[in-house]
Design a protein around this ligand. Structure first.
Ligand code: EPU
Length: 429
């Protein structure tokens, strides 16, 4: 349980300029990919978030020389000293993306023993497509006692994903980059971070083609050289800031983003009546009038991202009219709306669908973040609400948003932390 809570006094329009940090979901793929190199790599534009710090611990425990400088947003990784292929459960369960160590270690040395991943409790999140890909490339894989054991020289092969999976696509790319042969991934995910990982691998001399389409072809290379690479900006942070700007009826310019990655969200915000202007590497979001209700159905990229469904559905609780939100990717990603009922939101939830009846006001209340994007959604809710909202378990938010409180404060938000004291704690008096 987190020993602090976040407090937000809402109703203040966010105004000004802000910037986007490096992408979480790209960083957590690119950092393990550095293990595939035969030489040191420097990764730039990394966000200073918990998931990145956990990867520093994991790579260091594997024997790599790692130096992360959060102020410079830079990480140096020398994988030449790696002397282990085991990631114990104690470490792997600290984050979801620890499962990329399986692909990276298989690719590097043909052996991986990695405990089950942790991450947000947003659904069942099975991994059979990852394991199927490793087997297609020549690995023997055993899933026993909470540990994935994978062994074998990677030979390349055809992988037909039964469903589109971001993690499965990334893991297969990692395992295939140094394989002895050609790998073709069919029905691959197309998210921007898949393209970013391909660009990083290619910058080390790998041959990955087709990333960003549903067929990726990887010609394995026996040697990968060192590289200095800068990861792309975080499209989910960009989207969350866009939604927060709209939610407070503010006027915010978000710099350092890639507007083409935001098209699904931009289209929905425009449909709601929000003004969105794209520049080369910036987006300005303004609201001049009230918001119209819209329907959302989450899909794989380039569809509406599941990671923005939570902040977006928070925004819809105050739109004029009824909205239907259908979450198709994860089974349990509507819990933030249950919390928001306490703030006055009118929501009915049936299975993975929410029917939201827009209200004119939300009111501050104590609420609990149940996962990273639920936390972001509750921040959006708090920014909109009259009075003060208390968000418990805000640690989830730190896993994916760099300096979110500072960024919002700089735009005029009243957001601060206070310690949480229980009755067993001396500070409870
Ligand atoms: N799936 C399977 N079998 C598999 C793999 C996935 O059934 O072997 C299912 C999942 O249960 C889910 C769907 O396929 O229903 C899509 O899952 P995917 O593998 O694409 O997601 P993921 O790799 O677990 C990543 C991000 C998530 C993001 C999703 C979808 C990371 C570390 N995580 O998860 O990010 O929601 O892709 O875009 O990159 C977040 O940032 O808050 C977050 C949860």
């Amino acid at each position: 349980m987190d020993n602090y809570k976040l407090l937000i006094t809402g109703g203040i329009p966010l105004v000004g300029e802000t910037y986007v940090s490096g992408g979480k979901n790209t960083s957590v793929a690119v950092i393990p990919a550095a293990l595939l190199s035969d030489e040191p790599c420097t990764i730039e534009n990394l966000p200073d978030i918990e998931d990145v710090r956990v990867l520093v611990d994991i790579l260091t425990a594997l024997g790599a020389q790692v130096n992360f400088d959060p102020a410079a947003r830079q990480m140096y990784v020398d994988p030449r000293t790696v002397n282990s292929f085991k990631v114990p459960f104690k470490q792997s369960q600290r984050m979801r993306a620890s499962y990329y160590l399986i692909g990276a270690l298989l690719g590097r040395c043909g052996h991986a023993e990695v405990g089950y991943p942790g991450g947000c409790a947003i659904g069942n999140r099975p991994m059979e497509q990852h394991l199927k890909a490793f087997r297609a490339l020549g690995a023997e894989v055993e899933d026993k006692g909470g540990v994935i054991y994978a062994n074998g020289r990677m030979l390349g092969g055809d992988v037909f994903f039964d469903k589109i999976t971001v993690g499965g696509t990334i893991n297969a790319m990692l395992a295939a980059a140094r394989a002895d042969g050609i790998t073709i991934l069919h029905n691959a995910a197309k998210e921007p971070h898949i393209v970013d990982l391909a660009n990083f691998l290619n910058s080390m001399g790998a041959r990955v083609k087709g990333a960003g389409t549903d067929t990726i072809r990887i010609t394995g290379q026996s040697f990968l050289h060192g590289s200095t690479y800068s990861v792309i900006p975080d499209q989910i942070e960009t989207g969350t800031l866009m939604i927060a700007a709209a939610a407070t009826r503010g006027d915010v310019t978000i710099r350092g983003c890639i507007p083409t990655h935001m098209e699904a969200l931009t289209a929905k915000l425009l449909e709601m009546g929000v003004q969105v202007s794209d520049m080369d590497d910036a987006i300005r979001v303004r609201t001049l009038r009230g918001h119209r209700a819209v329907n959302i159905k989450t899909q794989e990229y380039p569809g509406f991202p599941t990671d923005l469904q939570q902040p977006m559905s928070a925004l819809l609780t105050r739109a004029s009219g009824d909205s239907i939100v259908i979450e198709t990717i994860f089974e349990s990603r509507l819990k933030h709306l249950m919390e928001m009922r306490r703030m006055g939101a009118r929501v009915q939830i049936v299975d993975q669908t929410a029917l939201i009846e827009g209200v004119t006001e939300l009111y501050g209340a104590p609420v609990t973040a149940t996962d990273l994007r639920a936390g972001a959604a509750l921040v959006v809710a708090g920014l909109m609400a009259k009075g003060t909202t208390e968000i418990y378990e805000p640690g989830f938010i730190e896993r994916g948003y760099e300096h979110i409180e500072e960024k919002l404060r700089a735009l005029g938000a009243k957001i601060w932390r206070e310690p949480v004291c229980d009755h067993t704690d001396p500070c409870a008096g």
